[in-house]
Design a protein around this ligand. Structure first.
Ligand code: THU
Length: 160
């Protein structure tokens, strides 16, 4: 029997320590939380996606009275970006969450379905997507989606 441990690498920053591009992307994600349609959860999420051509697409979570029909901010933003620019890789995604009249102190991390969608874009273009998770106390920086989704199912799995 072989036992393995899989590590996830992340860096934890104060917002002030980030570079201007990262700060700007986070601000765009923060702007989005007020546009979220989240009457059922009251949990407002904003996501902004930076493409290699420097365009930014930002979006928010969109809920529905038939709960599973809603969609997380990350997927709305990613699909929005990929639909506009199907040939341009995504460089970075920033995510911010707001509830009970404030941004969260510690970041939320994307749900499993969003990780899978992010992974698809990362493997589709074969370029890392950096993930910035905003909290008022800490900002997590994760170098690529694979870090968040080890032992993943991806397009190469279909041919194995
Ligand atoms: N949500 C997101 O938009 N992104 C996340 O990373 C976590 C959860 C949304 C889905 C739902 O509208 C609400 O937050 C509560 O789960």
């Amino acid at each position: 029997m072989i036992k393995k441990t899989i590590e996830t690498k992340l860096s934890i920053y104060k917002f002030e320590e980030l570079n201007e591009e990262q700060k700007n992307l986070i601000e765009k994600a923060k702007d989005q939380v007020m546009k979220a349609y989240a009457p059922y959860s009251g949990f407002h999420v904003g996501a902004s996606v930076l493409l290699e051509n420097n365009e930014i697409f930002a979006a928010s979570n969109q809920e529905n009275s038939a709960y599973p029909s809603g969609l997380c901010a990350e997927r709305v933003a990613m699909f929005f970006a990929n639909a506009q620019y199907p040939d341009i890789p995504v460089k970075t995604i920033a995510i911010a969450a707001y509830t009970n009249d404030k941004f969260l102190a510690e970041p939320v991390t994307p749900c499993g379905a969003c990780r899978q969608v992010l992974l698809e874009t990362e493997t589709r273009f074969d370029t890392d997507i950096q993930i910035l998770l905003y909290g008022t106390e800490s900002v997590y920086l994760i170098e690529n989606v694979k870090q968040l989704l080890p032992l993943c199912f991806e397009k190469s799995s279909l041919n194995s």
